[in-house]
Design a protein around this ligand. Structure first.
Ligand code: GLV
Length: 330
């Protein structure tokens, strides 16, 4: 029987399902994050179930010669060196699709909370500072009818665009390396523009682009300077896509009106200046965190692990493998 390691706290039911196929080692309540601990705990393991944080690279794979499958319950996989996995014959799978609508709900909610200053006004109320009605008390920006800018138009970007266009009558601009099919653009009412035009013209920018070397600091000081002073920026993509220091400065200087951030450079640490400005809504990387969706993500990762190690009804055919060719070569 293969042994597998679950590196993150996990639903009991998913652990039990994996136990019907494998010897399962869990991490308890504390995720295994450091490369040394990961390498030590992976000795003799054929598979691991992870999420989006620990780095899986050539050095780790070399230190863990028994490893055959790495299955993540996240959709983003910038922490995984896919080429190194393929070179060593290690299957890698992520968890796309199951989180698209939930993550889009959250992106839209964070954008609305940012535009309408919901966190800032709640803090004011809780601090006992609410003494009178005023015409301008926490007056923010409208969402309905405002121009939505989507940076990164993959599955989640499209789901956000759909919410804006159909639910809130928002004209939608987007920028992506590749343009959408014309029929999808028409259906979403979305228009492709270059990045500078997107930044200049949108009222609410939502960033949903995957992190890679090419998207590192895709939005920095010069980009923020192009935005309207009334605009908002929402990042549900990955820390590092936005230059957090530049953003904190732009928020402090009111170069833009407000930001909503679910992801941070170096998280769970947060840039100290972001913690001290008021016009930012901060959440701890929870965009996909509805209970049914988190369960679906975990089950999908388990499906992949079971199939990758030759078990279950999909044996040899993990449903969302990114390098399935390694199985053919076994
Ligand atoms: C979350 O950030 C994910 O990539 O699933």
């Amino acid at each position: 029987m293969h042994s597998v390691l679950i590196t993150i706290p996990m639903f009991d039911a998913v652990i039990e399902r994996l136990r019907s196929h494998f010897e399962v080692e869990t991490c308890g309540e504390r995720a295994i994050e450091t490369p040394d601990e990961l390498a030590a705990r992976l000795q003799g393991k054929a598979g691991m179930l992870v999420a989006g944080t620990p780095r899986v690279d050539a050095a780790l794979l070399q230190a863990c010669p028994d490893l055959r499958a790495v299955c993540s319950m996240a959709v983003g996989f910038n922490n995984i060196d896919l080429a190194a996995c393929t070179a060593r014959g290690v299957l890698f799978s992520n968890a796309p699709d199951v989180l698209t609508e939930t993550t889009a709900d959250f992106g839209f909610a964070l954008m609305m909370a940012t535009a309408r200053r919901i966190s800032e006004s709640e803090h004011f109320l809780r601090a006992g500072q609410w003494t009178q009605w005023r015409y301008d008390l926490f007056a923010g920006a409208d969402v309905h009818g405002a121009t939505l800018g989507v940076l990164g138009m993959g599955r989640i970007g499209q789901a956000i665009a759909r919410r804006g266009a159909l639910g809130f009558g928002m004209p939608v601009l987007y920028h992506n390396r590749s343009r959408l099919d014309g029929a999808i653009e028409t259906q979403l009412g979305a228009r492709w523009v270059d990045k500078a035009t997107l930044l200049r013209e949108c009222d609410h920018l939502v960033i949903v682009v995957p992190y890679s070397a090419a998207s590192h600091h895709l939005v920095g000081a010069a980009d923020l300077a192009l935005m309207k002073p009334t605009a908002t920026l929402t990042n549900i993509a990955r820390g590092g896509v936005v230059d957090d220091a530049a953003l904190a400065q732009a928020l402090r200087d009111r170069r833009i009106a407000a930001a909503g951030l679910d992801v941070f450079e170096g998280e769970p640490a947060v840039h100290p200046q972001l913690l001290s400005v008021r016009n930012v809504v901060l959440t701890p990387h929870i965009a996909s965190a509805s209970l049914p969706t988190r369960r679906a993500m975990a089950e999908l990762a388990a499906d992949n692990l079971i199939a990758a190690l030759g078990r279950g009804p999909q044996a040899g055919r993990p449903p969302t493998a990114l390098n399935p060719q390694v199985l053919a070569a076994r």
